[in-house]
Design a protein around this ligand. Sequence first.
Ligand code: PSU
Ligand code: MN
Length: 320
Amino acid sequence: MPVPARVPVEYSEEVREALHEGRAVVALESNVITHGLPYPDNAATARKVEAAVRAGGAVPATVCVDGGAIRVGMTDADIERFASLPGIPKVSSRDLPVVLAGGGPGATTVASSVVAAELAGIRWFSSAGIGGVHRGAQETFDVSSDLIQFTRSRVAVVCAGAKMILDLGLTLEYLETHCVPVVAYRSDDFPAFYCRTSGHRAPHRIDDETRLARAVEAHRALGSPTSFLITTPVREEDAIDSAEVDAAIREAVAAAARDGVSGQGLTKYLMRAVDRATDGRSARANMAVLATCAETAGRLAAAHSALTSDGPAASGGTDR
Ligand code: PSU
Ligand code: MN
């Protein structure tokens, strides 16, 4: 039986129509449902995030793998199943072919979701926390495949930076080395997920949505193979004090070393440990920042769609 020459992509009706009509669509990851938060917070958050993309003016397309296909636009029943079924594997880019061939369900990370988004013709993706360079990566070599995938997938990624459990300075260095544009939307600093700032300045700041859309278009026109990272900080009222969470993270990183936790399970282990140390406040901040990121992504995708779907600027050059 010949192996299919292309990966089957199954669209929800709503996403298919929006793409066909050139309307803004924002892809969302499903790993944050299965591994990011406990049930039922995870299902409630996934629905809130989709509603936030709509509030921003775009159509949400939560991505997963199931039945040998990439699903773009999970149904509410899919979200409920993924949120409640134990053992759904976390699928990063390199896991995609194996899980597709296996025919079972798989929850896509940032990395595999941007692979899926590009394959599906979706230009925008949002998730609050990207993977990055782990603390101690000098020894462990633990660098999230999210960063590598950003060097290969041409998708605009809206996020709240990366978690303090990572080495954010080295994460920014990595993105610079690999020519991935990083633009802070309406703020000076690279944010740190549930903390307003990582303490590092972002390389660029753009406040105007249309100018940001033009930068995304210029990046594409330049033929750059990389993603385009746009950061937006957690709201003041949802943020956690970085000193408090930093202490919890240092303890969690030390505990992970003591417990011999590393590799694929490390990120989830550290997040759960910080949730316990902050009496669940980090989980609540996690849910809030996922939604505010998604709303911003919806607005930016809608501004980009307005720019690219009409007017001379969209026609790729004007008559001299
Ligand atoms: N950051 C978060 N929450 C998450 C993740 C990252 O704040 O749930 C998930 C995302 O799905 C991301 C993945 O793609 O963890 C990165 O995992 P790793 O560090 O193993 O590459
Ligand atoms: Mn890793």
